[in-house]
Design a protein around this ligand. Structure first.
Ligand code: NDP
Length: 407
């Protein structure tokens, strides 16, 4: 596993809990000390798996190759940042390793994500007989698998799909992001995008919003965003007439976001800054990316867990033609408590809802259930064994048939 952040910590705990499947395990990241800390916490929690750790810069293919040739992993779980997807995929190809991630590739200098860069690896993975599993977190990930499950068991034709993501938690900070702040702010400040009648429709950032009711939570203002799973789902389910993604934000969060943008702190280009040298001997001109600097002063998402109350609720609201030929609606969702996630893994619910599916995807691969040469989005595999594990591994799902979808 590469990365030692919030999501990686949860995945490592869950891997250690499933030591009958994962017999040999290594955590490698930019800073080895963070990997060692995860192992220490896992062992403190009474889990016994022997876990190796290593330092690696995942931007550097040669370093990755040296590590993979040494440890010889069957599967590399990429829980670093989207910037590292392609270097890790290159190293996997060079060393004969299979691959899994939770977020699609983004170039550092352009706030833009799409699957084309990773889909371009299809032939190479197929020819090498290797499996690459893309987007195996919650969204993308579980939401795509929910859709595959609905298509397999409940619908002849899925026509309308709305993915709804609510975080009704309170971490008691004025402003903090729930996963890597740089990636999070880049995602939210982009233009909105949804699929309708065979084409993409663009909106201004956060232009479209409405109150939606979430189970056990109530109404929350939900904003239409572009989200990566829509891109593959409309290809894999061509009967979909409209597909959208909604995420809740509180007014306090949006107010901070607006200020961050207005004062230029969400910029991803370099600015020159005259900085004092650490040894006090003078100054030097340095280049700073404002958004990366902002990340350094914002609360670390990994430290939010302790006082986090409330829960997340993420699911799919689907309308289409059922197996009986009549129109039906279907809502499938999971609610996850931040406190329960923290008590189990030391991390908050957003890391938990991403790290658990990453582990289950790896389990699917290791059991030989999700193993085929090529590069695949998760909905291209059998959803049933994955859905069964969600119930066993801490993310149980619930269904509402023929209810009011509000959308
Ligand atoms: P964090 O920033 O907490 O963790 C990222 C980890 O990767 C850190 O340990 C970081 O090192 C390490 N890292 C960064 N750059 C490198 C590098 N060049 N070489 C080696 N290691 C590196 O992020 P999260 O845990 O919150 O998120 C992890 C991933 O999960 C992201 O890609 C994010 O987009 C994705 N995600 C997916 C979701 C989904 O539902 N699909 C939801 C939430 C997140 P260091 O500790 O030294 O900074």
């Amino acid at each position: 596993m590469i990365g030692a952040g919030g999501v990686a910590t949860v995945a490592a705990f869950k891997i250690a809990q499933n030591a009958d499947v994962f017999t040999e395990f290594m955590i490698a990241s930019r800073r080895k000390a963070k990997c060692d800390k995860i192992v220490e916490d896992i062992h403190k929690a009474g889990l016994k798996l022997d876990i190796k750790t290593a330092q690696v810069d995942a931007d550097d293919v040669e370093q990755l190759k040296a590590l993979f040739n040494d440890f010889k992993p069957e599967l590399v779980i990429n829980l670093a940042l989207p910037y590292q997807d392609l270097t890790i995929m290159d190293a996997c190809l060079a060393c004969g390793c299979n691959y899994l991630d939770t977020a699609n590739y983004e170039p550092k200098d352009e706030a833009h994500f799409e699957y084309s860069w990773q889909w371009a690896y299809r032939d190479r993975f197929r020819e090498a007989g290797l499996t690459a599993i893309l987007g195996c977190g919650f969204d993308p990930g579980v939401t795509s698998i929910y859709t595959a499950y609905a298509a397999k068991h409940h619908f002849k034709e899925i026509q309308y799909l709305d993915i709804v993501d609510c975080n009704a938690g309170d971490h008691h900070k004025a402003f903090a992001t729930n996963f890597n702040p740089e990636i999070n702010i880049r995602e939210i400040t982009q233009k909105g995008l949804y699929w309708e009648n065979g084409q993409w429709v663009e909106t201004e950032p956060l232009e479209i919003h409405k109150d939606l009711n979430y189970p056990n939570i109530g109404p929350r203002d939900s904003y239409l965003l572009h989200h990566e799973e829509i891109e593959s789902l409309v290809i894999n389910y061509p009967t979909i007439k409209r597909a959208r993604f909604w995420m809740t934000f509180g007014q306090q969060y949006l107010k901070h976001l607006e200020v961050i943008q207005n004062i230029g702190m969400s910029r991803i280009d370099e600015v020159e800054y005259e900085a004092p040298l650490a040894d006090g001997t003078g100054t030097a001109k340095v280049k700073i990316v404002p958004l990366q600097f902002l990340k350094a002063v914002l609360p670390n998402p990994q430290d939010l867990g302790e006082n986090y109350e409330g829960e997340t609720s993420i699911g799919c609201r689907i309308r289409g033609i059922g197996n009986d030929g009549k129109e039906h609606t279907y809502y499938i969702y999971n609610n996850c408590s931040h406190r329960a996630a923290y008590e189990e893994t030391g991390m908050q619910g957003v890391s938990y809802t991403t790290g658990v599916p990453a582990m289950i995807g790896a389990m699917m691969f290791c059991k030989g259930l999700w193993k085929k040469p090529g590069v695949f989005n998760v909905e291209e595999f059998d959803p049933d064994p994955f859905m069964e594990q969600l119930n066993k591994q801490g993310l149980p799902w619930h269904e509402i048939h023929d209810g009011d979808l509000e959308l």
